[in-house]
Write a protein that binds this ligand. Structure first.
Ligand code: ISL
Ligand code: CA
Length: 554
């Protein structure tokens, strides 16, 4: 398999609003991040993915961009951003920026022009249509509840917005718009950044004619992996990406492994890797993410194994178990109470030993958890707030909606980073924009750094191991004991070497016997989340609650 720096890297995702506030206004900012660069270096990560820091009215916390080449005033200035880039590079770390070009803000100069008149030169930068029988042009729904169309009286037409009404979709059919996007990307690359994470990049191409959904659900069939998406990305690659040594990762909703091979194929024509959503859908019912459903380990393993094997040798995986849109991994897949420490380490072991580039979301490395705010007024996220209103109007019970928010709401991931046990977890000297999780006195960076047995030090060790053992990056994946409902066990193989990973996903101890004979001359326990007696027969293991072990065999 071809060696690449972005395969060997570990990425750390920063949600700037919640990371560190340097000036007491309650909002995280660039100087805040700069003050924590040595912390990131200590952890050992290679690449920072910075969520949007561009000018924005913050309807969707920066994912609604009003100027792609300016910095959000609340976060600082372009000089601060340059200092951040230099600070990362000096310490041997890289920076990838969020590229949000499926839509802009309605306050972007292009849209301000576009809505003025039907013959404005920017009209065609967005997707405008007349209504149909006094209603929306088609039945598409917004990801953030309600229809995906907004009526605009100025020209008596509707514009398309797959996300909030303040996030009008850009019209990728227009070559002038595409040129503007490529020039803007080139401008950032020439400033020295190391790549892009591309927001919902697989929905940029809409089926011509914008037909209604075939089943009346308003779903994404006519724009998810739309007809020209690969053509557009290949053009972007030719015009921009291929000219730099960078990494690219596409956020691709509802993508299949077959599609992923096209987006992230090793032929290098489009992107380096994509984020898949299949695993994130594991605990949702048929009506979508807010319908919380129990998940099964056998299904979890089936999804992960499918992605590991179908991409093997053809495309590269990105591995993540949470991000700024998802609940905290520990509350979702582990145990955020008494087994906090061991279960966080067990999940970390999985994250770092699958084939693919691992992504750590801020706070994950200290085991931050979901939050339960008592009232809806304490929530800030537009997706959550829109859904709450929508569900209430449809007759759902408020308490039941709150339970969905506790399990799935995006603010779970967005509570401020917990730096220490002081007021506001050391995140700000003022009042944070979103309340701090009340568990910050027990879970914070200061405690983690001082405790050699902490989740933080375990992440650090996993990252170090990746640097020492090629097999962790490049080894081929194979599942063991597939039907086991409690244990996730798999091997990675590279040449004469083998890695054996065994994870107990539950509190219940388990006697575990491998379903096949593995031959070896020497074995070494690379890492585990409990003390292990040296000469235990690893073909037959007694696993403690959430126990994780990684053996290297030769
Ligand atoms: O939040 C989600 C998880 O259920 C999705 O609906 C999410 O909106 C989708 O994954 C797209 O996410 C990206 O684009 C959005 C932005 O709000 C998210 O933060 C971003 O990651 C619109 O730009
Ligand atoms: Ca601030």
């Amino acid at each position: 398999m071809e060696k690449k720096w972005w395969k060997e890297s570990v990425v750390y995702q920063i949600y700037p609003r919640s990371f560190m506030d340097s000036n007491g206004d309650g909002i995280g900012d660039l100087q805040g991040i700069i003050s924590k660069l040595d912390y990131l270096k200590t952890l050992g990560i290679d690449v920072v993915w910075l969520c949007p820091v561009y000018e924005s009215p913050n309807d969707d916390n920066g994912y609604d961009i009003s100027n792609y080449q300016g910095i959000m005033h609340e976060f600082g200035t372009m000089a601060d951003w340059e200092e951040l880039l230099a600070g990362l590079h000096e310490r041997g770390m890289k920076l990838i920026m969020d590229l949000v070009v499926n839509h802009s803000s309605d306050e972007h100069a292009w849209f301000v022009e576009s809505r003025k008149s039907k013959d404005n030169e920017y009209r065609d930068y967005y997707i405008w249509r007349p209504g149909k029988d006094g209603k929306e042009p088609n039945d598409w729904g917004s990801f953030f509840s309600g229809p995906a169309w907004q009526y605009d009286a100025q020209t008596d037409e509707y514009y398309l917005h797959l996300f909030s009404t303040k996030q009008p979709d850009l019209n990728w059919e227009n070559p002038k718009l595409r040129r503007e996007v490529y020039d803007m990307m080139t401008w950032w690359l020439d400033k020295g950044i190391d790549g892009f994470r591309m927001d919902v990049i697989n929905v940029i191409s809409k089926e011509p004619g914008l037909p209604d959904s075939s089943d009346g659900s308003g779903s994404g069939e006519h724009y998810i992996n739309g007809p020209r998406v690969h053509e557009f990305l290949q053009e972007m690659n030719r015009e921009v990406l291929s000219k730099y040594d960078i990494m690219t990762v596409g956020e691709t909703v509802d993508v299949t492994p077959e599609e992923a091979v096209l987006f992230a194929g090793s032929d290098g024509k489009e992107l380096n890797m994509v984020f898949q959503f299949e695993l994130m859908g594991i605990d949702s019912g048929p009506t979508g993410k807010w319908e919380v459903a129990p998940w099964k380990l056998t299904r979890f393993k089936e999804i992960v194994s499918k992605w590991q094997t179908k991409l093997e040798g053809k495309a590269w995986n990105s591995i993540y178990l949470n991000n700024h849109d998802q609940p905290r991994l520990l509350s979702r897949f582990g145990h955020d109470g008494e087994h906090h420490n061991v279960s966080a380490k067990m999940l970390a072991t999985l994250l770092h030993t699958l084939q693919g580039t691992p992504y750590i979301y801020q706070g994950e490395e200290i085991g931050m958890t979901n939050v339960r705010f008592e009232t809806i007024e304490e929530y800030q996220d537009i997706e959550t707030l829109n859904m709450y209103k929508d569900y209430l109007s449809k007759g759902h019970d408020a308490a039941e909606i709150m339970e969905s928010i506790y399990a799935k709401g995006r603010d779970n991931a967005r509570t401020p980073m917990q730096w220490n046990g002081e007021a506001q977890a050391g995140f700000t000297t003022g009042t944070p924009w979103l309340a701090v999780n009340p568990n910050y006195k027990e879970i914070n960076v200061e405690l983690a750094l001082n405790d050699p047995n902490s989740v933080f030090h375990y992440y650090k060790k996993l990252i170090e191991l990746r640097k020492q053992h090629d097999i962790i990056v490049y080894g081929k994946y194979a599942i063991l004991n597939e039907e086991n409902e409690q244990i996730y066990a798999f091997t990675r193989t590279l040449g004469e070497e083998q890695l054996l990973v065994v994870l107990n996903f539950y509190e219940k101890p388990a006697d575990f016997k491998l379903d096949q004979e593995i031959r070896f001359q020497s074995k070494e326990l690379l890492i585990g989340n409990y003390e292990v007696s040296v000469d235990e027969d690893f073909h037959q293991l007694s696993l403690r609650p959430y126990e994780a072990r990684v053996y290297k065999l030769q």
